[in-house]
Structures are given as C-alpha cells and as structure tokens.
Design a protein around this ligand. Structure first.
Ligand code: AMP
Length: 290
C-alpha cells in the first residue's frame, strides 16, 4: 500500500531515509482522477527508480475558471488503488494550506512559451503549473520526474524551466495514451455526455489528417490547417479553440515547414475543454501517439 503523506515535513523525513539508503527517486505529479495515461507515467517511474513518489494536488493556481476547478473529478479511493497497483511507495497529497501556507508572492513565469497555444486562452495557467511543479521539485528533489506528452506545452515549459533555473532533475516525457478510437485519455473525458464522448475523437482525427498531409508532401501550413479543420465540419457541437502548427521547442506558429512540427489543438464540447497534439518529426514518424 502506498504510504499517504499530507505534510512537507513528513515527506522530507521519509525521503531523507530513502536517500540515505542510496535510493533513486522518481516523481509523478498529478491532479488525481488517475487513468491509464497516469498509469503509463507511474509504470515508467516504477521501472526506473528505487522509490516512486506520486503527488495528487488539484492546484487552484493553475485554474483560470472557478467552475472548472469545482467540476474537476476527485476520485481519492480509486486513485489509491491505482497507485498501489502501480507500486507507488509514497503518495503525497497535501492540502491547499500545506502547499500555499501564506499568500504565494513568488511565481515562475515563462512569458515567451506561454504566449502561444493554451496559454493564449488560459491566462495564468502555466504560471500556476510551473510554480507548483517547482515547489514539488524542491520538496521531493527527485532524480527523475515524469510528464505526459499529451500536455505538450506544459512539457516544453517544464523542460525549459529546469534548464533555465538549473533544477537538478531529469524530465522524462511519456507518450500520449489513447482510447481505441484515438481519443487522448484525460480526466476531463469523465465529464462528457454519451453524445459528446462519441464526437470527442474528432480532435485526434484532425491531428492525424495533418500528419497524413505532411507525410504526403503537403508543405503549405494554410492548406494543412484548412483540410484538418474540415474534419470538424460534421460536428457543429465541437467548438475549436485553436488548431496550430508550431515549432516544437519554442511553440511559435510556423510559416514554412523545414523540420519537425508540433500540431496542437483545443476544442470545447459543451463546458468541457479537451486538448491533444501530435509531433511530425520531419521523417514521417508520428510522436506522441500509441
Ligand atoms: P493531470 O493529472 O491531468 O495534471 O496529469 C498528470 C500527468 O499525466 C501530466 O504530466 C499529464 O501530461 C499526464 N497525462 C495525462 N493524460 C495523459 C495521457 N493520456 N497520456 C500520457 N500522459 C498523460
């Protein structure tokens, strides 16, 4: 059974013991409502480290909408079971007061990287993500930390934060885990109605269309966007927030295709917002996908 730890002092003490034994430490930060995407991260952490720490914290600082924070699925008992099955040693589940004991007056900002994609539509989101992740890195001091490629912009921002702020942690990316119909697994999928769930794979279809066009030699960004977006025409319920071809490292929109391309999109189904992405490596291979 994973040992549940709620406060930072107990966490530090427990990790001190692991470190004295010479254990390597792997961290998997999550917001709970664990699913097969999280399982892929936990399994990789289990394979590659002596001590595995998972964290569950629904971080208010990264929510730009109160209703989204309130509606966010919370499935504590089931999460404990999943983490036990994945061999998690320590489950760090702090309260909001524990992680933000006094008003937080210091933040991690990534202005250039958060200006694009989701960052354009979710003010303060990545500041909240980077700040809480750096707190977790400082508390756990892991050798490795695992993040999903599903949240491509988050991964780029965390990787850059680690480099720019000299954080001694190896960031390990894990490929997006999908349902059999292509839908990227997400905690928010649980909030979809049956009808919305049947429409949801359209985002991954549009991404695949873009990959297919690139593989066929299409090099016009305008044409690729247009033909990919045509996938949504049959589903007026799906409201596309953005669908962009960007530089995989800097996330800025690309005008001409000369190397790898990150294709990323966000769409709304009712009040549920879903994101997905794929990388075209320039040689025809697709990442992330499964
Ligand atoms: P969350 O609990 O949504 O904050 O996600 C915690 C971690 O799991 C993040 O690094 C996500 O990128 C990752 N993750 C979420 N969904 C998936 C998925 N379908 N495949 C791979 N990783 C995922």
């Amino acid at each position: 059974m994973a040992e549940v730890i709620r406060d930072s002092a107990a966490l530090r003490q427990r990790l001190g013991e692991a470190r004295r034994l010479g254990h390597s430490i792997g961290l998997v930060p999550t917001m709970g409502a664990l699913h097969l995407g999280h399982v892929a991260l936990l399994e990789a952490a289990r394979r590659e480290n002596d001590t595995v720490v998972a964290s569950i914290f629904v971080n208010p600082l990264q929510f730009d909408r109160r209703d989204d924070l309130d509606a966010y699925p919370r499935t504590w008992e089931a999460d404990l079971k999943v983490s036990q099955e994945c061999g998690v040693d320590l489950m760090f589940a702090p309260s909001e007061r524990e992680l933000y004991p006094s008003p937080q007056l210091t933040f991690v900002e990534s202005p250039v990287l958060s200006e694009h994609l989701c960052g354009r539509f979710r003010p303060g989101h990545f500041r909240g993500v980077a700040t809480v992740v750096l707190k977790l890195f400082n508390l756990v001091q892991p050798d490795r930390a695992y993040f999903g490629e599903k949240d491509a912009q988050q991964l780029v921002i965390i990787r850059r934060m680690v480099v720019d702020l000299n954080v001694p942690v190896e960031v390990a990316p894990i490929a997006t885990v999908r349902e059999s119909d292509g839908l990227a697994i997400s905690s928010r999928n649980k909030l979809l109605t049956t009808e919305q769930r049947s429409i949801a794979p359209v985002l991954s279809c549009a991404l695949r269309k873009a990959i297919e066009l690139l593989n066929d030699g299409e090099r016009s960004v305008v044409a690729i966007r247009e033909k990919s977006l045509a996938q949504f025409a049959r589903y007026p319920e799906a409201r596309v927030e953005y669908f962009e071809l960007v530089d995989p490292n800097l996330l800025a929109p690309i005008e001409s295709i000369s190397g790898a391309v990150l294709i990323a999109g966000a769409m709304w189904l009712g009040s549920v917002r879903l994101i997905d992405n794929m990388i075209w490596t320039g040689t025809g291979a697709v990442r992330p996908s499964s």
